[in-house]
Every structure is written in structure tokens, then in C-alpha cells.
Design a protein around this ligand. Structure first.
Ligand code: AMP
Length: 547
């Protein structure tokens, strides 16, 4: 496994191979098998009119892989990928798997603070990004990332008028290099299925986002296991309006659709009217969403005007969906609803449609795989008595054994037996299903985007007027939580919300990480061991919001 990653111990490798979880296939081979089965069927639809069949995906990913090799990229080279939900993402994703290069799955909202860090940490050799998107010009960002990390030698732009001399993704896709260079080159670089196929990003609980290595074997298995639970077929059409780079749309959307012969419909815009039109036009059958989005859908006037009757299955995840909302949503959408629980680190829980009603309403279901080992433990790591709340710790055939190049953090994020300490507090409910009761980790869940409180605190602390800061999630009816910063100022200093926002923006962080409220304080409530009591701060802000 790539240096800086933690491999599964030999006995577990043996166990997962013998159980048939790990099949020894690469993601590239997975796509090629799908192309063989479903060749001329439609596989990917972009909202700009781009449409790819399974055959197209095979041909274009082969081609792009050859281009990557011709550029001088080598297996295990890391490549930053930061694209909107464009159809071209898909051949690029599989081209990486075929060339053995490893994409870092960044979000379009990331800025220098994040991209520079990923580039330096991974010593990335290439960067794929848009020329512009949602009013932001990315060229300057690419230059700054290259200054920070000179290892980034190749910049590949998506979109028209890329800077002179730079590479264009569309041109590479249009250039039939396979007529000049033999496809047998790809056989020479075939990655080991145990090798890292991609890096997912952790919402993180400490200073900087962590990189999650996912291997070909474990990522393919993750999707196969999801297919045991979800009723997907050749006729399924999966809508992806959250960033495609996220773990969930890749494992439960893109890869599962390709395994079954369905299609993925990509929306670049989160605009509801745009998305509803797309659902109507493409006859979307699977609608994955975070709870806040489902509620926005219901309350939008377009909900009654558009024909959304093709939707058969709603999958809610990333945030808790209140049990009482589930029947209401099923009724309003005239579709079935499944709540799923998952994390980019691996472990998933899914409810099956056949589960008893009580279990479907109250729980997030059962672990996906018989290979998942799950325990609920107290602060000392001891199993809690049946029915009580404990922290979920887990290991299994698709859950990481260590973050990339993070040995210190790994010491506390995993126990001695290799269990990942998720920080999620859970309890067993009806049918043994798990109920999410809260979290131990210091993270804010803003509409399904997870933000490390410590990362924002570290940035706020660099402001000269700030003596101390505590960042918490404040309750919000739309997004579940929004970010609130409690600040103690240095004597004689002042700080307005506007000043704090401009200061943080000057640090070039993703906008979704900006605090949306500033509370000035003269001291922080403390716990009995003298730590800042975020529980008290959360209660304080809830009181203030109620007014
Ligand atoms: P991410 O790795 O960004 O997908 O975030 C994973 C985290 O999202 C989990 O550790 C949970 O804290 C949270 N999460 C995911 N699904 C649910 C759910 N159904 N209910 C509550 N929290 C969830």
C-alpha cells in the first residue's frame, strides 16, 4: 500500500478475501465489465446535454488514462480533482483507476487553505479544475497551489478559454491517442486491487481535513454490499446534485448504477427549479438527499408544478432524519424512503425496505456487511450494556485502518485492535437497528457538510483582536446546524461579524466553513475538568435563538 497508509493486517486480508468481499478487481476493470454487459445503454447524463453510454465511458477512460501516462504521470501519483458535477468527471475517475494514479476528491468550494494543504501533503503531481464556476475564476488558485506545492506540474482545466499553454480536459477526451499508443500500456500499469484507488476527505475533527485512503478492493465491495440492500435495476436513474466527489454519491450512486446498468444524472446546480426539471426530463427514480434538502423540496412551489412521479426511492443520509418526517415524506413524494448512515471512512448502515416499520422509522438500520464489526463503548472503551448509548467503534472490509500520513492522529482515532473510533453516539433500537443519538466528535454538520470546529478555531485565533474562541454548531431549521463562533477579545479590542468574515475569507477557506454568527463573551463556561464546555455554549445559543 502507498507509503503513509495503514494496510489491513494479513489475517484480515485473508479473511476478507476468503469471505469473497475482496474480489481482486480494479475500479477500471469494474467499468470495463459493465461496458461489456451494458455497452450501448446510457450511463451518465450531464445537465449541459453531455450523454455517455457505457461504451463511451470505456473508450474515453482508456483514452484519458493513456493521456495521463503520456504526460508523464506514473502509478500512485496523486492528482487533485476539483470539478463540479460534470459528466466528464466520470471518465476521468475511471481513467485514474486505469492509469493507477490516485485522485484526491476535493470539492469545488475548496480554496487555497484546503487545496494547498492537500497538494503539499500528497505531493500531488497534477491538478484538474474548472476554468471558472459559480462566479469564481480558478486560474489564480491553481497558480497559488503550484507556488505552495511545486510538485504540481500539470494543470488540466475543464471549460473553455483555459489559460494559454495549459491542458484542457475536453481536448484530451477528444484526442484519439489510442490510434498512436497501444492500449496494452494500460495492462503494464494495472494497479494492485489492494492499492489505494482514491483519497476521500474527512469532515475532520482536528485542525486540518484528513485524507482517507480507499482501495480498489474495499471501494468496489462497499458498492456491491449496498446493492444487496437497495432495489436498483437497469431502469434506475440516480440523481446526483450533491458534489459527486463525496463518498456517498460515488459508492451508492455512480458505482452501483454502473454495476446494475442504470444511469447517473448529474446536476451542476443546486437550484431547485433546475433540479426538478432535470428529474422530470430524465425520469429520475432514485433521489438521494440530506434531510434539509428534502424539506426544501416539499416547501418549494415547484414541487406541485413539476412531474416528479418517476421518483420511486428517496435515500436520506448524512444527517439525522426525524422519525415523524419519514411517513410524511413518503406520502408527499409518493415514493419509498430509506434512511442511511455512512461516513467517508467506510462504515455504512442501511435500512432495508422490508424491515419492520418501527425499525425503518426509528433507526438507520443495520450495518451493511456481515464483515462489519460494531461495538458501542463508553469513554473507557468498555462495551455499554444493551440498549444504552455508546460511541460506535468499527472495523471491517471497507473501513479504513488509518488516515494518510497522520500517525499522531491515528493513535487516538483507532484503538489497539484496529477499530475506528467514529465519534458518533448510538444506541440499539427496534430490530437491532442503530439509532443516532448525537456525537462525541467536535464537528459541525451543516446540511451534510461536516466541518471541524478546531479547524475554524485555529483560523479565528490568528486574528489579532482574538484572545480565545470556541466554535460550535447552532441549531438551524434548514441545515440542521450552522456555525457559531464565541469569541473572547483581547483587552481594548473590537471585532464585528463583518470583520471576522472578511478576515477568514482572506485566509482563502471554503465559504461553507465561515461562521454565520459571532457571539462576544468575557469568559467561557468550563467543564469540571476545566475544558471549555461546548455543551453549555450550545445551550446558550439555543436560548438566544429562541429569543
Ligand atoms: P462524512 O464522512 O462527511 O460522510 O460524514 C460522516 C458523518 O456524518 C457520520 O460520522 C455522522 O456523524 C454523520 N451522519 C451520516 N449519516 C447520518 C445519519 N443518517 N444520521 C445522523 N448522522 C449521520
Amino acid at each position: 500500500m502507498l507509503e503513509g497508509c495503514t494496510p489491513w493486517p494479513g489475517e484480515f486480508v485473508k479473511r476478507y478475501v476468503e469471505a469473497g468481499y475482496w474480489e481482486g478487481r480494479t475500479l477500471g476493470e469494474m467499468l470495463d465489465e459493465a461496458a461489456e454487459k451494458f455497452g450501448p445503454r446510457e450511463a451518465v447524463v450531464g445537465d449541459d446535454g453531455t450523454r455517455y453510454t457505457y461504451d463511451d465511458l470505456k473508450r474515453l477512460s482508456d483514452r484519458l488514462a493513456l493521456h495521463l501516462l503520456e504526460l508523464g504521470l506514473r502509478p500512485k501519483d496523486r492528482v487533485l480533482v476539483q470539478l463540479l458535477n460534470v459528466a466528464e468527471f466520470v471518465p476521468l475517475y475511471f481513467a485514474m483507476a486505469k492509469a493507477g494514479t490516485i485522485p484526491v476528491m476535493a470539492l469545488p468550494q475548496h480554496r487555497l487553505h484546503e487545496m494547498g494543504f492537500f497538494a503539499e501533503l500528497t505531493e500531488a503531481r497534477a491538478y484538474v479544475l474548472p476554468v471558472r464556476a459559480r462566479g469564481f475564476e480558478y486560474g489564480q488558485l491553481a497558480r497559488e497551489v503550484q507556488q505552495k506545492a511545486p510538485s504540481v506540474q500539470h494543470v488540466i482545466y475543464y471549460g473553455d478559454d483555459a489559460p494559454p499553454g495549459s491542458l484542457s480536459l475536453k481536448n484530451l477526451l477528444a484526442d484519439p491517442i489510442e490510434e498512436r499508443v497501444s492500449l496494452s500500456k494500460l495492462a503494464e500499469v494495472r494497479p494492485d486491487p489492494m492499492e489505494v484507488a482514491l483519497f476521500q476527505l474527512s469532515g475532520g475533527t482536528t485542525g486540518v481535513p484528513k485524507l482517507i485512503p480507499r482501495t480498489h478492493n474495499d471501494y468496489i465491495y462497499n458498492s456491491r454490499a449496498i446493492l444487496d440492500v437497495l432495489p436498483y435495476s437497469e431502469d434506475s436513474a440516480y440523481l446526483c446534485m450533491i458534489p459527486i466527489a463525496h463518498n456517498y454519491p460515488v459508492t451508492a450512486g455512480l458505482q452501483t448504477m454502473l454495476m446494475k446498468g442504470g444511469k447517473v444524472v448529474l446536476s451542476q446546480s443546486p437550484d431547485l427549479d433546475h433540479v426538478m426539471k432535470l428529474i422530470e426530463k430524465e425520469r429520475v427514480t432514485v433521489f438521494p438527499a440530506v434531510p434539509s434538502l428534502l424539506i426544501r423540496f416539499l416547501n418549494d412551489p415547484g414541487f406541485r408544478q413539476h412531474d416528479l412521479s418517476s421518483i420511486k426511492l428517496i435515500i436520506s443520509g448524512a444527517q439525522k432524519l426525524q422519525p415523524e418526517l419519514k411517513p410524511k415524506l413518503e406520502e408527499a413524494f409518493k415514493a419509498r424512503l430509506i434512511e442511511a448512515f455512512g461516513m467517508a471512512e467506510g462504515f455504512n448502515c442501511f435500512n432495508r425496505l422490508t424491515n419492520p416499520l418501527e425499525m425503518r422509522l426509528e433507526t438507520v438500520g443495520l450495518p451493511l456487511s456481515p464483515g462489519d464489526e460494531v461495538r458501542l463503548v463508553d469513554e473507557q472503551g468498555r462495551d455499554v450494556p444493551a440498549g444504552e448509548i455508546g460511541e460506535l467503534i468499527t472495523r471491517g472490509p471497507y473501513t479504513l485502518r488509518g488516515y494518510y500520513k497522520a500517525p499522531e492522529h491515528n493513535k487516538t482515532a483507532f484503538n489497539d485492535e484496529g477499530f475506528y473510533l467514529t465519534g458518533d453516539l448510538m444506541r440499539r433500537g427496534p430490530g437491532g437497528g442503530l439509532i443516532v443519538e448525537g456525537r462525541r466528535k467536535d464537528m459541525i454538520n451543516r446540511g451534510g457538510e461536516h466541518i471541524s470546529a478546531e479547524e475554524i478555531e485555529n483560523l479565528v485565533l490568528t486574528h489579532p483582536a482574538v484572545h480565545n474562541v470556541a466554535v460550535i454548531g447552532m441549531p438551524d431549521p434548514d441545515l440542521g446546524e450552522r456555525i457559531c463562533a464565541y469569541v473572547i477579545l483581547r483587552p481594548g479590542q473590537s471585532l464585528t461579524f463583518q470583520e471576522l468574515s472578511s478576515f477568514l475569507l482572506s485566509k482563502q477557506i471554503a465559504k461553507f466553513k465561515l461562521p454565520e454568527r459571532l457571539e462576544l463573551a468575557s469568559e467561557f463556561p468550563l467543564t469540571n475538568i476545566g475544558k471549555v464546555s461546548k455543551k453549555d455554549l450550545r445551550e446558550d445559543i439555543a436560548r438566544r435563538l429562541k429569543g
